[in-house]
Write a protein that binds this ligand. Structure first.
Ligand code: PLP
Length: 454
């Protein structure tokens, strides 16, 4: 399917964002006050959006304001909001069977989805799949599998990594101190090595990750954690929460070599970067490197809670009872996942590559016009725009919201653009124009310019 060729299943067309109240509007303000009284204060709402409905790449708030959604619920709504095929799959499945527990029983939607995931796994060897309820649960499972398979305890992750918030995944997370503070002790024998945070303008001039590979060899594997004690090296092929930094291909190849030499599992965490977002099914495919285990979630089911870890057949050799999950791969979520994968395969991967190139060119253009941007980087529809300071990024994020564009921060001073994969030229061009306006309002033109090179 291409978007144009299948009008019956195409999402509703975009109309321009429309702000009709002050933001937040009166209904939003009232709900935010109620929310403040009962909801865990650990949540971090970036700006006061109170979402009521969504269609395609448009979200409408409780006061009737319409926003262009370039956040996609943190890179989740891959097929847009309320794609008719996904909604139909969810409704049909809810009518048929809501729950059965795939840990104990067989079920057709579970089978259909796992077969599809096994088919697209980023390695040559046959694959096996374990479905989960979330990204962090997928990472937990991948950690357990790597330990089980290698009989080793140690794990290596990277500075700036985000792998989730449950205790194993949190032990790998190295993004912001507030995510770890107060929760220790975490898993033992976990070490974080340097991640090559290559700015786009350094890509062709030494930003290949060789210094970081040497650090891993010498400082981590040479002094802290013997290779024979390492179960897995866990890496986001594009660091997400950490700032939308693509790992250089040479760096990923170097990790593969270390893993091959020492019998270490290479785990690619593609929870944010996978599912077609970068113009391939998996971001790691751009490097030609094959992992042993890959984790996915977010975009896999267009917003229904679902994740997976997928491993080489020879790696996922644990016995019945070694791992399970009551809700994971629930029939309704699995049906949404199966419908989502079909749509991604039917044209959205190519669309992500095309629209990603257009978006990046547009952002580079407005960045050059307005100044204040240190770097524009990423792949496909996973684009990071780095400013001179967190305050500058925050100001642009807030100004974008006021203009009807939803974006989210990441890293120390960046904004991520991760729209649904269904975006078209109209949405991309509108987003670029609004982002330019937000930059003009949010950043002083000279901010950051003197810092380029850092
Ligand atoms: N891994 C990566 C790369 C992520 O981006 C995230 C979420 O942002 C996670 C793991 C955790 O996923 P979840 O929030 O579904 O637990």
């Amino acid at each position: 399917m291409t978007l144009e060729a299948s009008p019956s299943s195409a999402p509703a067309r975009m109309t321009a964002p429309q702000i009709i109240t002050e933001l937040p509007g009166p209904r939003a303000r009232a709900m935010i006050a109620r929310d403040a009284a009962v909801v865990s204060p650990s949540l971090t709402r970036a700006y006061p959006l109170v979402a009521e409905s969504g269609r395609g790449y448009v979200v409408t708030d409780v006061d009737g304001n319409r926003f262009l959604d370039f956040a996609a619920g943190i890179a989740v709504c891959s097929t847009g909001h309320g794609h008719p095929d996904v909604v139909a799959a969810i409704k049909e499945q809810a009518d048929r069977l809501i729950h059965i527990a795939a840990t104990d029983f067989y079920e057709p939607r579970y089978l259909e989805l796992t077969e599809h995931l096994a088919r697209i796994a980023p390695f040559d060897e046959p694959a096996r799949v374990f479905l989960t309820n979330s990204g962090t649960e997928a990472v937990e499972g991948a950690i357990k599998l790597a330990r089980y398979h290698t009989h080793r305890p140690g794990l290596i992750a990277f500075e700036g990594a985000f792998h989730g918030r449950t205790m194993g995944a949190l032990s790998l997370t190295n993004s912001k101190i507030k995510q770890r503070a107060g929760f220790g002790p975490l898993l033992p024998m976990v070490h974080h090595s340097s991640f090559p945070r290559v700015r786009a303008w350094r890509e062709g001039s030494g930003g290949d990750g060789s210094a970081e590979l040497e650090f891993l060899h010498k400082s981590i594997l040479g002094r802290l954690l013997a290779p024979r004690d390492v179960a897995a090296i866990v890496i986001e092929p594009i660091q997400g929460e950490g700032g939308y930094f693509p790992a250089p291909a040479a760096f990923l190849r170097g990790l593969r070599e270390i893993c091959d030499e020492h019998g270490i599992m290479l785990i690619a965490d593609e929870i944010q970067s996978g599912m077609g977002r970068t113009g391939r099914w998996w971001a790691i495919e751009h490097s030609g490197v094959e992992p042993d285990i890959v984790t996915t979630a977010k975009g896999i089911a267009s917003g229904m809670p679902l994740g997976a870890f997928i491993a080489r057949d020879s790696v996922m050799s644990w016995p019945p009872g070694a791992h399970g999950s009551t809700f994971a791969g629930n029939p309704v979520c699995a049906a949404a996942g199966a419908a989502t994968l079909k749509l991604i395969e039917g044209g959205l991967i190519e669309n992500a590559a095309r629209m990603g190139a257009r978006l990046r060119a547009g952002i580079e253009r407005v960045a050059a016009e307005h100044g204040g941007v240190r770097d524009v980087r990423g792949m496909g529809l996973m684009i990071g725009v780095e400013f001179a300071s967190h305050e500058a990024a925050d100001a642009v994020e807030q100004a974008a919201f006021q203009r009807g564009l939803l974006v989210l921060e990441c890293g120390e001073a960046a904004i991520r653009l991760c729209p649904p994969l269904i975006v078209d030229e109209e949405a991309v061009d509108t987003a670029v124009a609004l982002f330019g306006e937000a930059m003009a309002a949010g950043v002083r033109p000279t901010e950051g310019v003197e810092e380029v090179g850092g």
